[in-house]
Design a binder for this molecule. Structure first.
Ligand SMILES: NC(=O)c1ccc[n+]([C@@H]2O[C@H](COP(=O)([O-])OP(=O)(O)OC[C@H]3O[C@@H](n4cnc5c(N)ncnc54)[C@H](O)[C@@H]3O)[C@@H](O)[C@H]2O)c1
Length: 368
């Protein structure tokens, strides 16, 4: 495999994937629509890549040009944001699912050997849990009445307390937002197409990706970026629920390597893989670590004690399968990587669009 198309290659993860591939001797073409919410109205020029097509993945003629002479595809182009997907539904379904459909249709009859798509941990909904007796619960969903009474921890169907476990790929999906639904549809489209046409297809379910270059201007995605832009504006990060919800933060360089490994390993074909760090952090802990790293320890998080529609309580990755089949091993831990992240953040002008996001969610009854 020599030439790889990276859709969404001008985005946060796309830029790292592109660099990773170039460093490993691939020729790379980028296709990206430079969505304003991510790139602003004066997008930065992308260093190091000369072969770029600025177009929408729903534009079939442009996609046909983009895949000409390509051996493999990494498909990252997507609208990214759980909260916003709950009211800009056509936008999310259009870009993510119709976009993937147009790409796959354009591939028909072409000699493209591999496609790797970015899926998301959001497809799991709630992560995996066990009760005190060690019984596994893999279809937990919080009840609206529990959320209303600010009972944040999910309970078993018998009302027992549960302990969150690392989530593996065996856990059934539970689609709790339009964004999650679109990511699952993308994943299924790609795997089904691969099966039908003998193309090696892989889906990577990314957990919370962080690193320098994250869109600080997009309030709907990237917990760390949102917290950083709040802090830079002298504001405490705001946290839904009580801040004790657990997530898995994986460094974008580890994610970029995972995409290259997925492209290179023949045995990855037909599989979905969790790509996380394998470590769990509470959101309040992450906000505190970041405030400390930015030298602003007095700006401790403001706990909203409110629920946001579509949010889940705990989900962190079991990455055994990626370790075994991809040879994936995370090399960066959150607590050791905040220095470089903060250096980058403080070099940016970060508009604080958090209040705007909260207002939009509130107006639509998506926060309670
Ligand atoms: N960042 C995360 O934590 C995370 C977690 C799970 C999954 N993902 C997935 O990884 C992929 C990349 O995410 P990211 O964080 O780099 O987001 P990003 O918003 O920085 O990058 C997405 C890129 O896709 C482009 N794009 C959007 N719609 C397009 C369209 N219709 N046609 C062409 N280009 C389009 C945007 O302009 C942007 O450059 C996405 O598929 C996302 O769903 C990200």
């Amino acid at each position: 495999m020599k030439t790889v198309l990276v859709t969404g290659g001008s985005g946060f993860i796309g830029r790292y994937v592109t660099s990773e591939l170039l460093e490993h001797g691939y020729a790379v073409r980028v296709m990206d629509a430079l969505v304003e919410q991510v790139h602003g109205d004066a997008p930065e020029k992308q260093e190091g890549v000369s072969d770029v097509i600025y177009a929408d993945v729903r534009d079939k003629a442009a996609v046909l040009r983009a895949i000409d002479g390509i051996d493999g595809i990494i498909h990252l182009a997507a609208e990214v944001g759980v909260g916003q997907s709950m009211y800009e539904i056509a936008r999310y379904v259009g870009a993510n699912d119709l976009g993937t459909a147009v790409l796959l249709e354009a591939m028909l009859g072409k000699d493209i050997k591999k496609i790797v798509v970015a899926s998301s941990m959001s497809v799991y909904g709630e992560g995996l849990y066990a009760d005190n007796a060690g019984r596994r619960f893999d279809t937990i969903r919080r009840k609206p009445a529990e959320m209303k009474s600010k009972q944040w921890e999910p309970l078993s169907p018998d009302g027992d307390w549960l302990t969150p476990l690392a989530t593996d790929e065996q856990k059934p999906v539970e689609l709790a937002s339009i964004y999650a639904l679109t990511k699952y549809v993308q994943e299924r489209q790609v795997l089904l197409y691969g099966d039908a046409y003998g193309v090696d297809a892989v889906a990577l379910r990314l957990f919370n990706v962080f690193g320098a270059g994250q869109a600080l201007s997009n309030p709907y995605t990237g917990v760390l970026a949102n917290f950083a832009s709040r802090l830079m504006n002298g504001q405490s990060p705001t946290i839904f629920e009580d801040g004790q919800q657990k997530r898995d933060f994986v460094h974008v360089k580890d994610v970029a390597r995972a995409f290259r490994l997925a492209l290179e390993k023949p045995r990855a074909a037909g599989h979905v893989f969790n790509i996380g760090s394998g470590n769990a952090y509470t959101i309040a802990q992450v906000a505190g670590l970041l405030a400390d790293a930015m030298g602003l320890p007095h700006l401790q998080p403001e706990i909203l004690n409110k629920a946001r529609s579509g949010d889940i309580r705990h989900c962190f990755a079991d990455i055994t399968k990626a370790r075994e089949l991809l040879g994936f091993e995370p090399q960066h831990r959150l607590e050791n990587s905040l220095g470089p992240f903060v250096d980058w953040v403080t070099s940016q002008v970060a508009p604080d669009r958090g209040p705007q996001m909260q207002k939009e969610l509130l107006e639509r009854g998506l926060v309670s």
